[in-house]
Design a protein around this ligand. Structure first.
Ligand SMILES: Nc1ncnc2c1ncn2[C@@H]1O[C@H](COP(=O)(O)OP(=O)(O)O)[C@@H](O)[C@H]1O
Ligand SMILES: [Mg+2]
Length: 376
């Protein structure tokens, strides 16, 4: 889950990183008041969870409170890469001498964190990375050791950053660890005319697995942009929306991913990933089915369950009870195998719903669901 810039700014400030004074509002009139409090001249910044706001016109300098109100009025409601601007942050402007880029990111493949830093920060860091990768330093960080002053000094040196940035690099690492972040990024980290190092823009991605420890952000920062994903998340279901037409429900992430592959191998495209998990109760099945069926691009649904601790007859009961509450509007292909598969199949046979059919193998089930989804 990504935080807004103003939330990242708040965290930086708490960890002793210098940031400009700033306030947030959703009203142009209040923007005028805030600008007055901040000294008149302000930078007005769209608060959306995406980068490139400057280039999109979502960052504006206002010379006085009246201009701040106008700029806020212009930016509020703007669309930036599909994100509607609901709030703006007004910040004190700083005199920028140089702009740097610094970030820590989890490198899953290497099993460590990576410090990425460049003396050429600002709005075009992606371009710098693409055209002149040597200008971007990448320094592995041992998660157990963390970023000590010595590590920070190495990062700064590798990227050609001035020694005053060492302290910020250490504090930024503290933000990552203490706040359970997977990514912290400052771009630009500015050196001002008077020689101070200030974080002018921040991005923080928190680890969803640590939500229970980071209650202050609530669920407001949920990264589920898709309404179906948001609905599934609200029910505690692992659901990812995809572009296809075969709805998929399975138990266990590995089996579900294999099911997506097998469906794709049969010439259809999966409409989603949905893992009902180990304890697949009737309620979970009902919730899962209702999410999948409310996707208008779904033409058929494939339920692929390998009974383990949760036996297939319990899953079949779950499907039957789910169909009491969810009206089935599309064909449902069910493949049950593993623990108590025969009893599970008998339950569904006895239920004899006209839109429910069974397959005995995963391949057969995928073939059937793909055909149902692709033949008009
Ligand atoms: N408080 C500020 N004072 C002066 N310039 C700023 C300030 N905040 C941002 N800027 C300038 O605006 C540019 C873009 O803003 P930024 O917050 O980085 O948004 P984004 O990365 O989404 O484009 C920065 O590179 C910086 O040059
Ligand atoms: Mg930026």
């Amino acid at each position: 889950m990504d935080l807004y810039e103003h939330q990242a700014r708040e965290l930086f400030e708490e960890h002793g990183i210098v940031v400009p004074r700033a306030e947030v509002t959703d009203s142009p009139r209040q923007a005028r008041e805030i600008a007055r409090r901040l000294g008149g001249r302000v930078v007005v910044k769209a608060q959306v969870r995406t980068g490139g706001r400057g280039k999109a016109g979502g960052v504006g300098l206002a010379a006085d409170p009246a201009a701040a109100e106008l700029t806020a009025r212009r930016i509020l409601g703007m669309d930036i890469k599909g994100h509607t601007v609901g709030t703006v942050m007004l910040a004190q402007p700083v005199d920028i001498e140089e702009e740097f880029y610094v970030s820590y990111v989890l490198d899953r493949a290497a099993g460590c964190f990576l410090a990425i830093a460049s003396a050429e920060g600002g709005m075009d860091i992606e371009e710098v990375a693409a055209t002149r990768p040597e200008a971007v330093a990448r320094v592995p960080v041992d998660p157990a050791e963390g970023v000590t002053s010595a590590t920070a000094a190495r990062i700064a040196e590798a990227a050609g950053l001035p020694p005053q940035t060492v302290d910020v690099l250490v504090r930024l690492w503290e933000v990552l660890v203490r706040e359970d972040a997977l990514l912290v990024e400052v771009n630009p980290l500015a050196r001002t005319r008077d020689g101070r190092i200030t974080a002018l823009d921040g991005k923080v991605t928190l680890d969803d697995n640590a939500t229970f420890r980071q209650a202050r952000w609530g669920t407001e920062h949920s990264t589920h942009h898709d309404p179906l994903e948001a609905a599934a998340a609200a029910k505690g279901i692992d659901y990812v929306k995809l572009d296809g037409e075969v709805g998929i429900i399975g138990n266990g992430a590995g089996l579900v991913m294999s099911t997506l592959d097998v469906v794709a191998g049969r010439g259809a495209r999966p409409a989603n990933f949905l893992d009902i998990g180990g304890g697949a109760s009737a309620q979970v099945m009902a919730d899962g089915l209702s999410v999948v069926l409310s996707d208008p691009s779904v033409k058929s649904v494939l339920v692929n369950v390998f009974g383990g601790i949760t036996a297939c007859d319990a899953v079949a009961d779950g499907i039957v009870r789910a169909l009491d509450t969810v009206r089935l509007t599309k064909p449902l292909v069910v493949r049950l195998d593993g623990n108590n598969a025969a009893r599970g199949r008998a339950v569904l046979d006895a239920y004899a719903h006209p839109l429910v059919e069974q397959a005995t193998t995963m391949d057969g089930a995928a073939e059937r669901a793909a055909r149902l989804a692709t033949t008009p």
